[in-house]
Design a protein around this ligand. Structure first.
Ligand code: CFM
Ligand code: HCA
Length: 534
């Protein structure tokens, strides 16, 4: 593995090589050990073709995109709105009312003259037009790069329009694309505003027993539908998902839950903290990717509430669902055992999907995040030692206090202690490194060059990443599975999702079709050219 690292760095100029060397590590960490430090959440070196996206993508596309009945307006040139229009496969169930603005792409379509003379009037007119046409409960406004550069005050416009309408919650996000080093900054900006402007608005407690919020689940390919199916079967009430298949009302009611179950902690762990500080809702990490992980997460929720009726029902559901999944795993394993994978996704998924591959007897040779932070690699305990650089300081941290009226401790300190004494972990997640094999290669902010080099050197049986990587990897003769959009597949979460995933990966790694393929320039060398410097 050390040779592989050297190979990856060889082509770089010395300064670039030195920096990348701090973001590529040969994994030493084992379960009990403290992983060594990796450099993460820092700017991509200019000139490198990163896999990352921008702050606007994280705010508008990732966090706010999946909420069906909030009308999202992109204030900017049309490309930003167009790119984030239905590309993320976040599904929704608009139910009986059918109120769903996700199929629309709302944008102020800024032109040169708006950049020169200012775009605030155009934005106000767009909000007014959207309100007149749809009368939504909420309108959100998203800043793109030029808006930040010319200094349009989108928050003032939002406040003015909110006051004018009276029955529509209008608020804005300063999520200019360049603001952070990646999407991650956009998650934070989005979540802060939802927490400030929306959570807590609905005072009527929703009906149901064992109330939880599901944080960091975005219903890609229907994952959230499958998780909701399983939760419902167990008798657990999901008040609000942040933000897959969500509605305005769900966010507004989130303070009524008794537990926050956090799935993708990368995109939302600070909201879990704020819900606890302000309303008294404890939080735990869960993971519904993988049949084993799903069973474990359900048991963790059961143990928190501690009711025998719930615990028994959860066991009955697991006993009913798991054998079906295990039968499929046993079959595919005859073909997939020993096969190898590489996993490079934005945040949590590069970690979560390890478990699904393990269930198929497969081995992850190399993995990493586009924009994870050190805690996503090394575990939550490193958070106090993270350095706050200028880029992180750019992102607002909001201070919350216990709400005078609404704060209610869900458990007594004795109850919490009893759970912890029994090994129960609140507010905790392990990083990726401890779950990866010794000697596997962990890479932060992998780029186009390194991706191709890794495939060339280690020839995995499958490579998992996003749309930008898809075709270049397939041209190398290796099957490629998108773990962002799932291509056209899914769900992969929960019990039914695990079955879907096993079958899909089995199909991909057992097929030879990609290795037979030759790119045009491999067949017809006349298509290649050599540049000669005269
Ligand atoms: Fe969390 Fe996500 Fe991910 Fe993410 Fe994303 Fe996504 Fe992702 Mo694409 S919230 S960090 S910003 S699990 S959109 S649903 S697939 S990069 S690994
Ligand atoms: C985003 C969204 C994305 C992109 C996926 C990809 C997603 O980062 O803006 O590169 O294929 O999951 O849709 O992460």
């Amino acid at each position: 593995p050390a040779d592989i690292k050297e190979e990856l760095l060889k082509k770089y100029p010395p300064k670039v090589a030195r920096k990348r060397a701090t973001q590529i590590m040969i994994n030493e960490a084992q379960e009990s050990e403290t992983p060594s430090e990796i450099v993460a959440n820092v700017r991509t070196i200019p000139g490198i073709i990163t896999m990352r996206g921008c702050t606007y993508a994280g705010c508008k596309g990732v966090i706010m995109g999946p909420t069906r009945d909030i009308l999202n307006i992109t204030h900017g040139p049309i490309g930003c709105g167009f790119y984030s229009w239905l590309t993320r496969r976040n599904q929704t169930d608009a139910g009986e009312t059918g109120e769903n603005y996700m199929p629309y792409c709302f944008s102020t379509d800024m032109q040169d003259q708006d950049i020169i003379f200012g775009g605030e009037k155009k934005l106000a007119a767009a909000i007014e037009e959207a309100y007149d046409l749809f009368h939504p409960k909420g309108i959100c406004v998203f800043a793109t790069c030029p808006v930040g550069l010319i200094g349009d005050d989108i928050h003032a416009v939002a406040r003015k329009m909110k006051a004018k309408f009276g029955d529509c919650n209008v608020f804005a996000f300063s999520c200019e694309g360049y603001k952070g080093v990646s999407q991650s900054a956009g998650h934070h900006i989005a979540n802060n505003q939802v927490f400030t402007h929306l959570v807590g608005e609905n005072q009527t407690p929703p009906a149901g027993e064992y109330k939880i919020n599901l944080l960091g689940e975005y219903n890609i390919g229907g994952d959230g539908f499958e998780i909701d199916r399983v939760l419902k079967k167990c008798g657990i009430t999901n008040i609000a998902t942040f933000s897959g298949n969500s509605s305005y009302e769900q966010f507004a009611s989130a303070q009524h839950a008794d537990l926050s179950a956090v799935m993708c902690h990368r995109s939302i762990n600070y909201v879990a903290d704020m819900l606890e500080t302000k309303y008294g809702i404890p939080w735990i990490k869960v993971n519904f990717i993988g049949a084993g992980a799903t069973a474990k997460s359900l048991r963790k929720i059961g143990q928190y509430f501690g009711d025998k009726a719930l615990v028994d029902r959860i066991e009955a559901v697991i006993a009913e669902e798991l054998p079906v999944v295990e039968a499929v795993a046993a079959d595919v394993k005859t073909r997939t055992t020993g096969k190898t994978a590489m996993l490079f996704v934005g945040g949590s998924r590069a970690h979560h999907y390890n478990e699904l591959f393990q269930e198929m007897g497969m081995k992850t040779l190399s993995a990493g995040y586009e924009f994870g932070h050190r805690d996503d690699y090394e575990g939550r305990e490193v958070i106090p030692s993270l350095t706050v650089d200028a880029d992180s300081r750019n992102i607002e941290e909001i201070e919350v206090e216990a709400d005078e009226k609404l704060y209610r401790a869900r458990k007594t300190p004795e109850e919490i202690k009893a759970l912890e004494d029994a090994g129960y972990k609140f507010k905790h997640y392990d990083g990726l490194n401890r779950d990866m094999d010794k000697g596997s290669i962990i890479i932060d902010d992998l780029n186009q060059y390194e991706a191709e080099k890794l495939v060339e050197l280690l020839k995995p049986d499958i490579f998992c990443a996003g749309i930008k990587e898809k075709f270049s990897i397939q041209k190398l003769g290796v099957p490629m599975k998108q773990l962002h959009s799932y291509d056209s597949g899914g769900p992969y979460a929960g019990f039914k999702g695990a079955v879907n995933f096993y079958k899909e990966i089995d199909r991909l790694v057992s097929s030879k079709v990609w290795s037979y393929m030759k790119a045009p320039w491999q067949q017809n060398p006349e298509l290649t050219a050599t540049f000669v410097w005269e």
